[in-house]
Design a protein around this ligand. Structure first.
Ligand code: ZN
Length: 148
């Protein structure tokens, strides 16, 4: 079950741990890519500087709030002409500093466009998605909608 969920985000991901805690499903995942392109100059890079963990909410699984703990590598760019010595690995399924996957953001926007953000927040909570009124407002504003 969790394997399908992870593969549907990206083929390059593996789940290294999966547990149930306080009715949340927590999946620890990481990328299997050996090489990552520097987003600034496009040089293929593989030397890892450090690894940190991002906490990202995904769409609910089995009616439970689902949290991805994403191991994210900080990688050296070895191109001496590049202005950046290191860069964080980026993922297509989440914005670079996002706390929610893109598919969860879509779901929240779909629920919220016709409702006030207070009603949307409680409706989402009933479907195991944690999204506060202010974070819904932020998402709506970013997507050029009005916030009710
Ligand atoms: Zn670079």
């Amino acid at each position: 079950m969790e394997k399908e969920l992870i593969k549907s985000l990206s083929d390059d991901l593996v789940c290294i741990d999966c547990r149930l805690k306080n009715n949340q499903i927590i999946l620890k995942i990481e990328s299997t890519k050996q090489q990552v392109l520097c987003p600034y100059c496009g040089t293929p890079s593989f030397r890892v500087h450090s690894v940190y963990q991002r906490e990202i909410q995904d769409i609910p699984m089995q009616d439970r709030q689902t949290i991805l703990l994403l191991n994210t590598r900080k990688i050296y760019c070895d191109n001496p002409d590049c202005g950046h010595k290191t860069f964080p690995e980026r993922f297509d399924f989440v914005a670079s500093k996002g706390k929610k996957t893109n598919r969860l953001v879509d779901k929240i926007l779909m629920t919220s466009t016709k409702l006030s953000s207070v009603s949307a927040s409680s409706l989402l909570r009933a479907s195991s998605i944690k999204a506060g009124k202010s974070s819904i407002c932020d998402l709506l504003k970013k997507n050029a909608n009005n916030c009710g």
